[in-house]
Structures are given as structure tokens and as C-alpha cells.
Design a protein around this ligand. Structure first.
Ligand SMILES: [Fe+2]
Ligand SMILES: [Fe+2]
Length: 135
């Protein structure tokens, strides 16, 4: 069962960004399902690496538009991205080193962060991006 389903309430009204968010949601669900199915450490490690890499690509996309359009809340938004990337990197390191297992708490952190970041932080730039011609 999926941990979380993307629906229109998560839309930021920008096609490219919505697609990336859907993919991130899928990757979090994939990790959750793989964990639930008792997949090997190697497979889980690959999924975590993929999620970590894709999150970076996604943050870079949003930040490129912040810079391009002069988004006023860019600094605090970039800080949130950096904090999340740091947490995921620490988690990945711990997992790779065998110090840390995949836990319900980790999954809950990932899904809660993603949901609240999209709904409370990302959605704020939607109208601003639209005004700058990005739809
Ligand atoms: Fe985002
Ligand atoms: Fe963001």
C-alpha cells in the first residue's frame, strides 16, 4: 500500500514541478514498499541513493527558477532544501555503514517532510512562477 498518494491538492500549478513532485512521492512509496517487503540492503540502498539524487535535481530545478525570477523567499526556501538534503545524506551514510536500519520513523520523516514542504512552502511560489510565465 502506498504511503502517500499525490493528488491535485499538492499541485503548484507548474507542470514540470508537479511531475517532479509526483516522481519524488513515487520514490518515497517505492522505498516504503521495498522496506515492507523485506527487500535486501542492497536494493534498499539503491532506492535511497536514487531518492537522494533525485531530490537534489528537483531542488536545483526550483532554485534555478528562484534565481531566474528573483523570488523574494528564496533564501529561507533554499535553507529548507539544504537541511533536508543534509538529513537524507546522513541517513544514507548511516544506512550504508550499517549503523542505521530503515525504520518507520525514517519513512515518516521523509513523507511528512515532503507533504508539508510541498503544501506549505512550494505552493507559495506557484502564483509567482505563473506571473513570470512558467505554467
Ligand atoms: Fe519541491
Ligand atoms: Fe522546495
Amino acid at each position: 500500500m502506498a504511503l502517500f498518494e499525490w493528488d491535485e491538492t499538492f499541485s503548484v500549478n507548474v507542470v514540470e514541478i508537479d511531475q517532479q513532485h509526483r516522481k519524488l512521492v513515487e520514490m518515497v512509496n517505492e522505498l516504503h514498499d521495498a522496506m515492507g517487503a523485506g527487500k535486501s540492503k542492497e536494493i534498499l540502498g539503491k532506492i535511497i541513493k536514487g531518492l537522494s539524487n533525485y531530490a537534489k535535481i528537483h531542488f536545483a530545478t526550483e532554485e534555478k527558477y528562484f534565481d531566474q525570477f528573483g523570488y523574494p523567499d528564496a533564501d529561507s526556501h533554499k535553507d529548507e532544501h539544504a537541511n533536508f538534503a543534509q538529513k537524507v545524506a546522513e541517513f544514507k551514510e548511516g544506512f550504508d555503514a550499517g549503523r542505521l536500519g530503515l525504520s518507520i520513523e525514517v519513512m515518516r520523516f521523509l513523507s511528512t517532510w515532503l507533504k508539508s514542504h510541498i503544501k506549505d512552502v512550494d505552493k507559495k511560489y506557484g502564483p509567482f512562477f505563473n506571473e513570470n510565465g512558467l505554467k
